[in-house]
Design a protein around this ligand. Sequence first.
Ligand code: PGA
Length: 244
Amino acid sequence: MAGNWKMYKTAGETTAFFEKILPLVALSTHCDIVIAAPFVNLPAAVAAAAGSRVEVGAQNLYWAKEGAYTGEVSGPMLSAIGCRWVIIGHSERRQYFGETEETVLKRTKAALEHGLRPIVCVGERLKERESGNTDQVLQTQFEGGIAGLSEAEFAKVTIAYEPVWAIGTGKTATPDMAADAHRFLRGLVSAKYGAEAASRTRILYGGSVKPDNVKGLMAQPEIDGALVGGASLDAASFATIVNF
Ligand code: PGA
């Protein structure tokens, strides 16, 4: 269960969030719990989460280890502060910051090389769904952004299926729609990495996951977890989702 805070919260608000949520998820051993915070809040998040079941993630990274790349943050920098996960290829990065399949693959390889666990996002836009191209889009994103990984690399990847039209809109994919997409993605994984890898791979659903719809989504065997935006900003609401 992963929370994606996007560009929300100060360091002080980060610490306050962890103080509230930790007692609420202290017994939640059924899943991994990740909060992906803005870069500058990662040290506060790591410090506040120390000794708990909650791990901390970043929302992006650059693929070079270091260098003259003004404004960027690298994998070794994230690992060094105790960040364990990183979201890659979120649709907002694809839409506003020029992320492509090629850069998704580069970032994913860099994350793995530096001991971070990537959560790689894929998902179709509304127009693509309406024109019947969902599978085609997912296949293109999988082939370009993920399938270039070796088997050993892929084993450490979590996929997040996030239909773009469901992100921040209050429109959730129905559990059946989400499960269909997850099944299709798992089929792609199976074709590339084998049936065992496919059954082991965790595929998260993201897009307006809330305390009142998480149960229905998680009832689908195809859905292994959630990537939660808006509802992860409130400790009580994210704890309810974690403890669905
Ligand atoms: P949302 O965002 O839950 O606010 O729709 C999900 C995401 O973008 O990861």
